[in-house]
Design a protein. Sequence first.
Length: 214
Amino acid sequence: METDDLLKRAWMAVEKAGIPDHLQAIALQEAIAHLRAREGEGAVQADPAKGTKKPARSSTRTASRVRRDDPGLDAGDSVDADAFFQRLSHESGIDKADLGDVLHLTSDGKVQVSPPTKDLGDSVAEQARNVIALVASGRAHGLDEEPVDADAVRREAERKRCYQQNNFATSHLRAMKGFNAGATKAEIRLTSKWLDEFKAAMSKAQGHSPSSDE
């Protein structure tokens, strides 16, 4: 698909969906990613055994499990919540029941934070950092998403009413040690220190730790 055609189709999808002005940039990126993914799935490759062609299969381990909250997700294409919590529990050492008290995985693959926003911190900055730690960790280690979809994390912070566009990357994310901005603003990458901040965010959400906002 030519770049011009891709952009036109993506923009038409955004307009048709009636996305609010302040979310159109993020929605456009999601639509472009979705169209590119669909174009890749439509590619064909030769089957040497039968001399026929079959749809090309993605070479990445995450293709069948991540990016589930794309606008064009097929209705029957869901994510296994039990597997999600099992993987995250294995990687974090936190009991599945405790994880389930704080995180929720929707049928279309959105990682959401369940406790009220007020329980995530005493300031918007602390709340946003805890949403980043919880959602990015869930997507990385529960959904095997690499790099993490930063737009999905932003959308959850917005849902929890602690998203500040001007501060998200330059202040909230940059202040963290376990989570870094990726090659583009659409990516978040975890470092070896992700677990400390994930556990701290879990404790805060469960009411087990005092505010540590600076």
